[in-house]
Design a protein around this ligand. Structure first.
Ligand code: NDP
Ligand SMILES: O=C(O)C1=N[C@H](C(=O)O)C[C@H](O)C1
Length: 257
């Protein structure tokens, strides 16, 4: 039987990609919602009002919800999923610690799968970063991300996951993030520079630069199309639909998909 998904943020950049990818791979759409639904259909699917999410997720036959919206709504949708026993894959970024605690709490009732980047290439980038940082412990590290001019959160969710991986690998309590630099600000030991650029319609780029000992290593991922995120999110949805309740991160389960 084919997977039945509920889609939030259906008229957003990612919501549209998810609905198109669902149509392309014969995934059924139980419902699609947007905060301010327009009159048009997206990939042949009628878009309903996100105000009715709690009713729709309880009443429609849905295996898993796929959510790319904003932190407030994702927390609300995850709580409604927990109350109705429906797993949810969350692609939204920009959460604060309280939001993540709320998502974890929802994970006590249903599978909650959080992924800041559903591309396969970024999962490989994380492994490459771990290897490079582990092998070059004394090198300076700078992380730069570039996105389209409509992106709200900075640094990107992916950059934060990359930073977490660097810090876990270094295991150095002195590490401090420096977001951009200005004025008289020489580099301190233990610093990791973090740079967020916003321009045009760039889909998403992440670069990790390691420099020391008269050499430079650059590890870069560029997404050419949002379809890579949608494909990974639907793979994750198929996994989450059959998982046990719990709070999962995409980078922990990606190799199983
Ligand atoms: N994990 C991954 O692989 C990826 C993650 N993302 C993340 O997904 C999220 C959405 O990105 P994108 O599609 O580009 O954004 P868009 O702004 O294009 O779309 C977001 C959609 O969700 C709705 N929405 C936004 N914020 C809220 C909110 N607070 N409450 C309710 N509805 C909301 C909007 O509806 P309305 O227009 O009515 O407000 C809109 O339709 C971002 O956090 C982004 O960083 C993006 C790409 C890949
Ligand atoms: O907002 C985006 O567009 C993207 N957001 C994600 C993030 O914040 O890391 C993933 C991707 O880079 C595109």
């Amino acid at each position: 039987m084919s997977l039945r998904v509920g889609v939030t943020g259906a008229e957003g950049r990612m919501g549209r990609e998810i609905l198109q990818a669902a149509a392309d791979r014969d995934v059924d759409v139980a419902f699609a919602v947007n905060r301010s639904p327009g009159d048009t259909r997206v990939a042949g699917v009628e878009v309903e009002d996100a105000a009715d999410f709690e009713e729709l997720v309880g009443e429609r036959d849905v295996d898993v919800v796929v959510d790319f919206t904003g932190p407030e709504s994702s927390v609300r949708y995850a709580a409604a999923c927990a109350a109705t026993d429906v797993p949810i894959v969350v692609g939204t970024t920009g959460f604060d610690e309280a939001d993540v605690s709320s998502l974890r709490e929802a994970g006590e009732a249903v599978p909650i799968l959080l992924g800041a980047n559903f591309s396969r290439g970024v999962q490989a980038l994380l492994d490459a970063v771990e290897s490079a940082v582990g092998n070059l412990p004394s090198y300076d590290v700078e992380v730069t991300e570039t996105h389209h001019n409509q992106k709200r959160d900075a640094p990107s969710g992916t950059a934060k996951v990359i930073l977490d991986r660097i810090v876990e690998t270094r295991d150095d309590e002195e590490t401090e993030y420096v977001h951009g630099r200005e004025g008289d600000q020489p580099r301190e030991a233990g610093e990791i520079g973090v740079h967020a650029r916003r321009a045009g319609d760039v889909t998403g780029e992440h670069e990790v630069l390691l420099a020391g000992n008269h050499e430079v290593l650059e590890l870069t991922h560029r997404a050419g199309d949002r379809g890579v995120f949608a494909a990974g999110a639907l793979d994750a949805a198929a996994w989450a639909a059959n998982a046990d309740a719990g709070f999962y991160r995409f980078e922990e389960v990606a190799s199983e998909l």
